[in-house]
Design a protein around this ligand. Sequence first.
Ligand code: MLT
Length: 394
Amino acid sequence: MKFNTNYSNISDSYLFSTIAKKVAAYQAACPDKKVLRLGIGDVTLPLAPAVISALHSAVDEMAAKETFRGYGPEQGYGFLKDAVAGYYAERGADVKGDEIFISDGAKSDLGNILDLFDACNTVLVPDPVYPVYVDTNVMAGRKIAYMNATSQNNFLPMPDYSVDADIIYLCSPNNPTGAAYSKAQLKEWVDYAAAKGAVILYDAAYECFITDDSLARSIFQIEGARSCAIEFCSFSKMAGFTGTRCGWTVVPEELACGGLSANKMWLRRQTTKFNGVPYIVQRGAAAVFTPEGRAQIAENIGYYRQNAKLIADGLKELGIWFTGGENSPYVWLKCPGGMGSWQFFDYLLENAQVVGTPGAGFGVNGEGFFRLTAFGSREVTAEAVERIKRLLSK
Ligand code: MLT
């Protein structure tokens, strides 16, 4: 046998595993210190009551012979796909039920979708970037080209027609920078992809944080996207499903190449390799779209937005440059005193016991930057901001 040697081209440990290990080592050495975590973008509020009640009812259905369910449709139950289609229709995006594939989350699908594409395709990713886009392509041995996302372009790189690409990753609102594309900017990307015969893999996992109407909530709000884009979305950040696991991917019928339909290929892939999301979880997810569910998750998202504002206000007081935090749960700041990202990570952990994510972990252009998440509890967020203020105003 031979292993896939592409694995020797990725770092030994996934970014968030490295951080978790570093924090665990610190905590073991200093057990009396209270560490505050604003590192990984993991939610802290419990599931909404409407979701909990739907989960309970679904559990009861599984307990009775008449309502028990075994294997479900691999691409998701109709009741959930219809609810997701309704969510798109509200914002003027035409997405049909058969184009929606329910999954256990955006991260899995972002990796799995690569089964559809030849290894010789060139991938274009922004730098800094969510490490999953890069690592999954390195694992498959694909060539990766980077586009600079810097403060000069507000961390929103735009198409460069002198660069050829086949698979383009866009994440908006962006992880890690919090920057979000306007509909007009996204139209430029759709035109570029169409001109190059490329596909845009659009990660919309944070769309629910957008309040500004000029910003895109879905790439399918953009004319022409149906023939050149696939969208990934998730209940994780929208409704606190990071531990419950549910998301969806939209593969439009128009997306085709060389006589092959991406939608049919993805259906074939999913039916072969995936047995679907548990019925119970899908019932919980569907409750997110009921009027009660919508009101309850809006309240939770509002809570995280307030956290983002707390962080942003603290940084403003300290005169620290940052972006994000509006239309996004991430605040992306310049490390003070010219510190490097990992240097600032250690400094903050050792002196304030606050954990963030080093920008350098997201790419070369992330060096000298640092990410804080608004997904912590209010208490932890407020205390972390106070500790940072105390430390950095010395
Ligand atoms: C992050 O912190 O970047 C997120 O938790 C990533 C993810 O959702 O997988």
